[in-house]
Write a protein that binds this ligand. Structure first.
Ligand code: HEC
Length: 303
């Protein structure tokens, strides 16, 4: 909730800082022009939507010396592989959260909001561990977890069930939780509340600081490409916007599960924008102009 407040205040400050200046500009130019066009022309970049954003004689990716082409290519390739690894990592960690392969909205809800309909013990006993104990014992364990795992029932009633059916696998030698210890059983018997504030804060700040640098450098390199100005600006700015949406959606999902959709939209958005930027930059550095896609008109290619 604090975060939302901070964001509202921050956007208010930005709006106040930029509003008067915009008004002046809007008044001094043709008032029929939409606001963003006025803003663009005031930056002396372009009056026309489809002009290529390169001033005559300036450095473009195609004109770079081989040194910088190799440098940028190395960086972009490593970032590309990094993005794919990030995708795999998401499949492996969040993907399993609901017990089914592949990332779904439920996975994200389970990771951040938790599965508040029951404990991990209960969902495992109804899922992967269903075959491990007869129904009567399973129900006894589920009932115990639903009663908030009272310790007084552990010695006489619950521990024997675990001893008989579970600890053959769940013991100190195994890499899975050791259920000879009550503390470990209590952990899985708790209702899953999703990601903690501590985890979210840690992951958020690492994500925001780290990834914004990737987008800065990818955008910087892509900025030297020959591309329609409008699309260039969209491609350069969307990753940052979607990164904020992504991180914000984790926090919102912790309280309101439907925001998991924004995590998916955010992640998809910035992956797509970076992929387009990386491919465009590589293409313009190494391929002859005839093979570029999209094809720009000859007279705009300022050769
Ligand atoms: C044949 C070996 C075996 C037996 C017996 C077994 N389990 Fe498991 N259990 C596993 C394995 C392997 C995993 C980890 C795989 C996974 O997460 O899907 C696991 C995972 C779990 C988890 C999730 C732990 C976590 O934190 O991720 C719970 C809860 C669980 N078992 C409960 C039980 C209970 C209760 C019993 C007894 C009724 C039991 N298991 C019996 C092999 C076993």
């Amino acid at each position: 909730m604090d975060l939302i407040l901070i964001l509202i205040i921050a956007s208010a400050v930005i709006a106040i800082a930029f509003w008067p200046r915009c008004k002046k500009q809007c008044a001094s130019t043709d008032s029929h022009q939409p606001f963003w066009k006025t803003l663009l022309s005031s930056h002396a970049l372009s009056q026309e939507d489809d002009m290529i954003d390169i001033k005559p004689g300036s450095t473009t990716l195609a004109r770079l010396s081989i040194t910088y082409k190799v440098l940028f290519t190395g960086f972009l390739l490593v970032i590309g592989v990094g993005l794919m690894m990030a995708g795999m990592q998401i499949m492996l960690t969040h993907g399993k959260a609901d017990g089914k392969p592949g990332v779904s909205v439920n996975d994200i809800v389970y990771s951040y909001y938790g599965n508040r309909s029951g404990s991990k013990l209960e969902s495992m006993l109804n899922g992967a561990m269903k075959a491990m104990a007869p129904d009567e014992e399973r129900f006894a364990l589920i009932q115990w977890a639903r009663d908030e795992a009272p310790i007084k029932e552990w010695p006489g009633k619950i521990e024997p069930i675990f001893k008989q059916y579970c600890v053959s696998c769940h013991n100190a030698e195994a890499t899975i939780p050791d259920f000879t210890k009550l503390a470990n059983v209590q952990k899985v018997a708790e209702v899953d509340q999703g990601a903690s504030i501590g985890t979210l804060t840690r992951v958020s700040h690492i994500h925001l600081f780290g990834i914004s640098f990737i987008f800065l450098f990818v955008g910087w390199i892509f900025g030297m490409s020959e591309y329609q100005l409008r699309w260039k600006l969209i491609l350069i700015s969307t990753p940052f916007a979607f990164l904020l949406i992504d991180v914000m959606s984790w926090w919102l999902t912790k309280y309101i599960p439907v925001f998991a959709w924004f995590t998916i939209i955010g992640g998809f958005g910035y992956s797509l924008a970076s992929t387009v930027m990386i491919f465009t930059a590589l293409m313009q550095m190494w391929l002859p102009r005839e093979n570029w896609w999209p094809k720009w008109k000859e007279d705009e290619s300022n050769q």
